[in-house]
Write a protein that binds this ligand. Structure first.
Ligand SMILES: Nc1ncnc2c1ncn2[C@@H]1O[C@H](COP(=O)(O)OP(=O)(O)OP(=O)(O)O)[C@@H](O)[C@H]1O
Ligand SMILES: [Mg+2]
Length: 310
């Protein structure tokens, strides 16, 4: 049986009246990309920074690389890499100078060229940090986190505020880290990011883990139906679906979403629409996703409220 490289048991963190982390337990295996998915204020940064030994827990047992976070801080710090939330570096250093500086501080043997290659910054190596786009700055941050060739790398919201293209470029870098055999602990509030990158996802809300598993496990466990949305349908769509035993999930602006048990029921429904002379403009069939799951479990949306890194 694989041994967890990160093990968190009954972690609690209290700040005054706020229970920021409220008794969570989970494990991460070596080589895994693990995502902590949750909205603003859920307790993601607090949790990762306790695992990184930066903050102290109120209570709980946390071990990383087989070591207790309270007892082995300096040894742990040598073997992990951290991209903090809202990373920033020296404005007037180039990419190469930045990495040389951090390498001199933190690494014993360090191949700057390999590092630049890993985060795909070759064509930007002589540009000043201040002149880089948000996405490139985040990639410099990831490279900085890698200077000590860590076994585990923590990325706290690495793509928040980036445009879709820059976000995808960061995703490619993270996929490359997994290929290199690194364990990646990612926090995010982008459901798609967790779906695309993570082997395992823990969904966190108000300090508690409310769901855990692979994307498929999470969806299959919580949803047994597929959503069928009829757009611009003539009268009677909802009544027909109800008569066929299909729940009507939502009705707005002439669009009706009903829940079908599977492909057979979708075909029956379409045939019934035709038999009843019900016309419509378009139809959309969609399996529920993590966003739907979060909404179902919490009644709230995973909303983005962050500014782009400057
Ligand atoms: N140092 C601190 N002192 C007091 N309260 C804090 C501190 N750090 C975090 N909190 C509070 O703890 C809760 C969890 O915050 P945390 O930063 O861990 O959440 P998060 O999931 O990382 O959120 P975000 O997506 O905004 O980064 C919030 O209510 C926050 O205001
Ligand atoms: Mg945070």
């Amino acid at each position: 049986m694989a041994v967890d490289i990160i093990s968190v048991k009954d972690l609690v963190k209290v700040y005054g009246d706020v229970r920021a982390v409220d008794g969570i337990s989970f494990g991460v295996e070596k080589g895994e990309v693990f995502a902590f998915l949750g909205p603003n204020g859920a307790g993601k940064t607090t949790t990762v920074e306790i695992i990184e030994t930066i903050r102290d827990a109120t209570s709980g047992d946390i071990s990383i690389l087989g070591m207790d976070v309270k007892k082995n801080r300096s040894e742990i710090l040598k073997r992990i890499g951290v991209l903090p939330q809202e990373f920033s570096s020296f404005d007037r250093l180039t990419v190469e100078e930045t990495l040389k500086y951090y390498a001199a501080l933190f690494c014993t043997v360090c191949d700057i060229n390999k590092l630049i290659d890993l985060v795909n910054l070759e064509e930007h190596r002589n540009k000043l940090y201040i002149n880089l786009s948000g996405g490139l700055k985040q990639r410099v941050g990831i490279a900085v986190a890698l200077v000590n060739d860590p076994e585990i790398i923590f990325l706290d919201e690495p793509t928040t505020g980036l445009d879709p293209r820059a976000r995808h470029d960061v995703w490619e870098v993270i996929k490359g880290l997994k290929k290199e055999g690194k364990t990646v602990f990612l926090t995010t509030h982008y459901m798609e990011e967790a779906e695309v990158l993570a082997d395992y996802i823990a969904i966190i809300s108000k300090g508690k883990i409310i769901a855990y598993g692979t994307t498929t496990e999470l969806i299959d466990k919580h949803f047994k139906t597929v959503n069928v949305t009829i757009k611009g349908g003539s009268a009677g769509v909802g009544e027909l679906a109800s008569k066929m035993g299909m729940a009507v999930q939502s009705m707005n602006n002439g669009n009706i979403t009903v829940e079908a048990a599977g492909n057979e029921q979708i075909v029956e429904f379409l045939n019934a629409l035709k038999a009843n002379n019900i016309s419509y403009l378009s139809m959309d069939i969609r399996k529920p996703n993590l966003e739907d799951l979060f909404l179902m479990l919490t009644g709230e949306a995973l909303v983005e409220q962050k500014e782009a890194p400057k």
